[in-house]
Design a protein around this ligand. Structure first.
Ligand code: UT7
Length: 333
């Protein structure tokens, strides 16, 4: 899916993010499983991650991030027309987490639904919302990537539990005004032949929540890390190149690349292949680990608020996750 001919240009009017207070460091993890700060940091680039409180759910984190994005966009929650939450850790199977966010924000005019595209969900949501606004169906949209991955992590499995964290990021989209930037190009893709590489096998309909299944940790994330790594580098590079070309950009025009935050070695490999210097690649996975759909959304907000790019700059976001799924977006800020 790739065409980007828009009736109306659509911009990102505000961003926001939220991470829970509790920090879990590599040293603390080394007390729980057979690992070390040295292994985790050299293999992944992660130093610590955030863990949501027991009663703190995906919708709560999503709502905090949303309020910050709305505030920056100068928009009231009551004005929202569309809310899309990208998550693989919804509060409930049904209704959608977006409905709880709508309730918390009081955005009762908005149509609200979730999408499940793992780590790629935020950019899937961006493409959908952009098209729905540019086609005139909605005047604005709140898109959110939010996850409580700590709830689906096997805390006895050192090969996965060191990787993930909790958090949420959000963006408000609306038609661009003159002199404002626009989402220039978007790309997304899926390869369903590789569902086995990264999944949560149990807890849904095919493998229900029974005592026996929970005893085997089938409700937690499993990953064939090396395989996923290979696909991640190739797919993200290809997706990023497509939006860069379609947006008419050269590598030197890009002020900031904001990649999915899964592994610093993957990020470095992509920067290298795109010929973008490392100091123009935004990284925060040292502090948050991999927060799936939230990762690129939190990174976008932090990059924006810390001045990693400014009005008029071109930025590129690129993501990859279970499915397998991947997506990219080029944005003139
Ligand atoms: O968000 C969706 C996308 N996800 C990704 O993109 C993740 C992609 N994959 C990765 O980031 C990496 O594959 C991992 C970080 C998950 C793993 O790194 P790796 O370099 O591929 O390591 P490995 O799985 O091949 O494991 C190497 C060794 C193994 O020991 P042996 O068999 O060589 O003796 C593991 O048992 O490291 C061992 N190991 C650990 N050792 C200490 C695995 N996990 C740990 C650990 N601490 N936490």
């Amino acid at each position: 899916m790739s065409e980007d001919k828009s009736v109306t240009d659509v911009c990102i009017a505000g961003t926001g993010s939220y991470v829970p207070e509790k920090i879990l460091t590599n040293e603390e993890l080394a007390q729980m499983v057979d690992t070390s700060d040295e292994w985790i940091f050299t293999r992944t680039g992660i130093r610590e991650r955030r863990i949501a409180a027991d009663g703190e759910f995906t919708s709560h984190m999503a709502t905090h991030a949303a309020r910050r994005a709305l505030e920056q966009a100068g928009m009231e929650a009551s004005e929202l027309e569309l809310i899309i939450v990208a998550t693989i850790t919804p509060d409930t199977f049904t209704p959608a987490t977006a409905c709880y966010v709508q309730q918390a924000l009081g955005s009762y005019k908005a149509v609200a639904f979730d999408i499940s595209a793992a780590c790629s969900g935020f950019l899937y949501a961006m493409k959908l919302a952009k098209r729905l606004i540019s086609d005139g169906a909605f005047q604005n949209a709140l898109i959110i990537g939010a996850e409580k991955l700590s709830a689906v992590t096997n805390w006895q499995d050192r090969s996965t539990c060191v990787l993930f964290g909790d958090g949420a990021g959000a963006a408000v989209l609306r038609p661009s005004k003159p002199s404002e930037g626009a989402i220039l190009a978007t790309e997304m893709g899926t390869d369903g032949s590789l569902t086995h590489l990264l999944n949560i096998p149990g807890g849904a309909i095919a493998c229900p929540t029974t005592a026996a299944n929970v005893d085997q940790n089938l409700h937690t994330l499993t990953m064939l890390g090396k395989e996923v790594f290979k696909h991640a580098v190739n797919r993200m590079k290809d997706a990023a190149e497509k939006v860069i070309t379609r947006a008419g950009l050269q590598p030197e025009d890009i002020a900031c690349v904001i990649p999915h935050q899964a592994n610093l070695r993957i990020i470095d490999a992509i920067a290298d292949r795109l010929a973008v210097p490392n100091d123009r690649v935004f990284v925060n996975l040292d502090r948050y680990g991999n927060t799936s759909a939230a990762a690129v959304a939190i990174a976008l907000d932090e990059a924006h608020r810390t001045g990693a790019f400014k009005r008029g700059d071109a930025i590129v976001m690129v993501v990859f996750g279970a499915g397998l799924t991947w997506a990219a977006a080029a944005v003139r800020w």
